[in-house]
Design a protein around this ligand. Sequence first.
Ligand code: SF4
Length: 564
Amino acid sequence: MFEGKRTYVALDLETTGLDPSDDRITEIGAVRFDEEGRELGVFDQLIDPGRPIPAFTEKLTGITNEDVRGAPAFGDVASDLAAFVGESAVVGQNVRFDLAFLAEAGLEFEGPALDTLRFARILFPEGPGALSDLAAELGVEMPVAHRALADARATASVFLQLRRRAAALAPEERSSLVRVVALDEPALARELGSEELGADDAFEAPALPERWEPPEPLERAETPERVTTEEVREALAGAARVVERFEERPQQEEMAEAVAGAFTDGGHWLVEAGTGVGKSLAYLIPAALYALRNGTRVVVSTNTIALQEQLLGKDVPALREILREAGAIASPDELRVALLKGRANYLCVQRWMGHPASLSDPEVARLAGSLARWLPKTHTGDRSELRLDRGARSAWARFSAADADCLSRQHTFVREGRCFLQRARKTAEGAHLVIVNHALLLADLASGGSAIPAYDHLIVDEAHNLEGQATQQFGLHIGARQVTDALEAIHRPRTSERREGGIVATAGLPEALGAGAAGALKAAVAGAAKGVAGPFEAVGALTEESRDDRVSITPGVRSGTRWG
Ligand code: SF4
């Protein structure tokens, strides 16, 4: 009746936990279906795991110890399940998880495995990952979550929707996708249309990002004009009309006026403000007024991604409304704001173009499949737009601009505006406000200003984290082993296991130095070697009182009993 139609089995398991070697199956749900979505059979079976189901899992799945009492053991139904699946392709959400449990229980299938999660990652690299989110995104109903048969049915529908989405892609896009996916997952490539598209042909050049024109540079005023406290007050007074739930707060006004003064008159301000004062707007308003008026750039540095997201998603839109209400800008885009990240966050187009040579690694091949879909859509090349799992995160290093060879900066991608790293930097060059994180701020300092476009004004938010970041960036790591190695490079005395070594023992040197000097040097090295451990043990003792394994040598520490 269904001759000629491909059939699949969508499979889902419920288990006592997440570890296939330690946990056990509690329920099997499977649905046989064809490519037109007709359900051809169902396998629905509770399993006695032979051990108690933890309370948390009972709550999550609704399958209780009571439910599985008297149910068959897995071994009793394994051959029925094997017969039900037969040679069909097994479809599952994160299907390797289910197959690992079955393999541990002694059952392996002959047909290929098709993972809807991987399928979705390839088609929607920026999209959701959980089955329920994926179902919602694709318009698939999910009546009961975390029961095996319901999840298997939802997985089947999600899979068919993904096939439809793949079939709707433009032929050249689908063709290039198929070629990348075929290298790693031929079964998935088949679902994408490898047979009709001929995946064995030579690899075509991967897609390139669109050309891009940089923004107009800022027009810097010859003589900077001040931002008055009245202007700041007026902007804050107007905020209540355009920002929902905005409350006037005297501390916020005081801080905004102080920041405006520092911008105009120079100097540094250290501000400590409690939660709820509205300090982001207190510095953003005067900073934006000053930058707009003088065609200059202000850098705002944060420690966390959460604050960057808050600034870009909430505070900057509010700021634009406030400035428009105050008459400082006519349209929101007049205030240019850029987020600039470290180079490891951006895709290097040069490396991407060379990727066919590196696709022998399955993780790299899989990521390349996702990137092929993402590249025509992204304007930033910023990895935060993608949902990368652990394998993809490590594969990203093969494509990122982190240690790309940018020496020929005038290569075609840069000239045509296709290099994402240069795009981000050019966008920052043309922005009034540039948002960075502390790590990039300090890397810029360490590199003499090569990471962030030149700026005259800097605001450091979450400044209490700056010291820790600076210690990481500028600190020197040294341990007892390194000191011992350095001493042994000068002289290493003979022991029962090792010969004498180091430059003092090198042929010709004792003669050149004279026996007396060489002997004195050996004695000095031996003396120093005895004292190596002491300072490190003393520092180690200081960290015993610290909350982590680091300690800052402050006057308080120096006057403590452990300082000695
Ligand atoms: S300039 Fe550097 S980061 Fe940009 S494409 Fe060229 S090599 Fe890659």
